[in-house]
Design a protein around this ligand. Sequence first.
Ligand SMILES: [Zn+2]
Length: 299
Amino acid sequence: MSDLLIKCLSYNQAVRIYVANTKDIINEIGDRLNYYPSALAAMGRVLTVGAMIGSTLKGNETVTVKVEGNGPIGLIMVDANPKGEVRAYVQNPHCHFDNPETHKLDVKSTVGDRGFISVIKDLKLKEPFIGTVPIISGEIAEDFAYYFNVSEQILSAVALGVLVDEDSRAVSAGGFMVQLLPNAPEEVVSRLEEKIKALPPVSELLNQGKTLEQIAGMIGDETTTVIETLPLVFKCSCSKERFARGIVSLGTEEIAKMIEEDKGAKTTCHFCGNEYYFSESELQTILKEATEKENELNK
Ligand SMILES: [Zn+2]
């Protein structure tokens, strides 16, 4: 089963259910940047909810999800869009915590239990939509449920899970997001609460080989229907040209130093690990561009 997301309607269209499987993307990112296990789990949870939020957008809209906790992983950032393209960055992928009692990955110690989560939606309007709430748990799923309830005023439940083996690879990963539409009757709320409470962890369901439809069926009632199926893919938007523009913005002094001291420059994309090398003559061209830009500004 390659990575996929399904959107469903249930309880006579009063509830939206999103279910996603994200194992392959998480492993691709983990392999590229050599993530440690609990860092992989933390990134994977944020990536999964980011992909689900991305799927709620339209056309060329995009979303950036940020988790800024006080734990050693530092900033976690995910970019996603309604095409199912997603990428992730963390400040420090080389941290790992185990709970000594349960021997389970300790995501909370990795992320921290203080800080903020932000959802920045670029809806191609003048200003982006930005919603920010404090971190209330550090386990990610609860934090995003809180975000939806408080910042977007959508009654929601979120479950996220990444099961990691001894080789730091995800064995199963994914999650679900349940959102009540404003017309949802009170009895639907209590039925949903009961059903979700009784569910095993989502990473366990996926590990048992349950399909996304089966998981949606366990959350929804007999009216559950899949309205969209979206393949999810890892995609990084970096390019040599983008990095060249980044170097231009460093200014002439800095670029001259790169030419003088290093006879070139190597840049690394922290989302995908790709490296871009700039030769001395390429830097000369970039320096020329930066000089023109500075002259323009000083006119
Ligand atoms: Zn990249």
